[in-house]
Ligand binder design. Structure first.
Ligand code: GLC
Ligand code: MN
Length: 347
């Protein structure tokens, strides 16, 4: 168990900032930069690599809390450098690590993207706060569904935007995956991005579409093993074993349900992620899955009971109809007999 995280809340911060409010975005990003710089400088040499001000950045909401807990632990096992967590949507992280701070941020919302892409991509624009930190020399951004498996501090060296290819993207040209990138933020790029945002289109409805259009080809392509998408495992069995960062795209390891038939082949990777949870997190996960299973079973049983009642009802109706039909048949036969008798007598 590490130290209490430093949690910083901006006074009267809004819950969201609209992507079209360029001035508000820039004003908040300046505040973020000042806050992070004061914290980093307070860490002294612990926040420096070769004299440069560097840090890791993670952005998330409550629904990624377990992912971020596992990520932060896996990262801290490989690096002593500062980790800044931006918490959005009212999330109050319980992370305890040395040189880790939490800053509460508004979510960046762009409503014209909401009819697009997967609904889970709607909240991903908040990661664009990464471009705020112009006083830092370099940062490495990691999605909350990543796991660090080997040292990666060298990603903080050098300059220029660096990211790994998204080998599963169905765009005509090469695309980088925006779940892991290194960045040396600067004032003009920050302004340009926040000015680009209101009119920006996104090919996937999330930040990846926007960033690929805005940045174009990265100055440095990282190898795929620096952001190995979980779903590559089908095409490259075992590749995750040597990856520096595994990125749990599509199904999240903290969700029990499989999304595709192929997910079953990836259970071992989900187990590798689960190893990073502590006892309380495991208990929370097991408890939640138990409740979900019970709720699903209760719903199935209720549906079966309804079906059974319906079948019994239909059977009773058929019986009634048969009985009525027989009675009617008998009546007709009697009538015919009576008519026959009358006819005989009359004959
Ligand atoms: C992909 C990327 C992820 C990004 C999302 C939305 O899933 O892996 O990092 O947030 O697309 O663009
Ligand atoms: Mn991701």
């Amino acid at each position: 168990m590490g130290a209490e995280p430093l949690a910083i809340t901006a006074g009267d911060m809004p819950d969201t900032i609209d992507a079209s409010a360029t001035d508000d975005l820039i004003a908040f990003s300046q505040h973020l930069d000042r806050t992070a710089t004061a914290w980093l400088d307070g860490l002294g040499a612990g926040a420096r690599r070769d004299g440069r001000r560097v840090f890791y950045l993670v952005v998330g909401t409550e629904d990624y809390a377990l992912g971020i807990a596992a990520l932060v632990r896996s990262l801290r096992a490989r690096s002593t450098l500062p980790i800044l967590v931006l918490a959005a949507g009212g999330w109050k992280p319980q992370l305890r690590e040395e040189r880790l701070a939490v800053i509460h941020v508004p979510e960046i919302v762009k409503r014209d993207l909401e009819a697009w892409g997967a609904p889970r991509f709607r909240r991903t624009l908040t990661k664009l706060w990464a471009f705020s930190f112009v006083s830092a020399d370099r940062l490495v951004f990691l999605d909350g569904d990543c796991l660090v498996r080997q040292p990666i501090d060298d990603l903080l060296d050098g300059d220029g935007f660096a990211a790994a290819p998204d080998l599963l993207s169905n765009q005509p040209g090469p695309v980088f995956n925006s779940g892991v990138f290194a960045l040396s933020p600067d004032v003009s790029t920050r302004r340009a991005l926040f000015q680009f945002l209101p009119g920006a289109r996104s090919f996937d409805g999330g930040d990846q579409g926007i960033l690929n259009t805005f940045i174009g080809a990265p100055a440095h392509w990282l190898p795929a093993c620096d952001n190995l998408l979980r779903t590559y495992e089908h095409a490259m069995p075992g590749a995750a074993g040597t990856a520096r960062i595994v990125h749990y795209t599509a199904k999240k390891p903290w969700h029990p349900d499989t999304e595709t038939e192929g997910d079953r082949a990836l259970i071992a990777l989900d187990d590798a992620w689960t190893e990073h949870l502590d006892r309380d997190e495991l208990m929370a996960l097991v408890g939640e899955w138990r409740r979900r299973t019970a709720a699903a079973e209760i719903a199935t049983n209720a549906a079966l009971a309804r079906l059974e009642a319906e079948i019994i009802g239909q059977r009773n109706q058929v019986r009634r109809l048969c009985r009525n039909g027989l009675a009617l048949g008998g009546l007709v036969a009697l009538l015919q007999l009576a008519l026959f008798g009358v006819w005989l007598l009359a004959a």
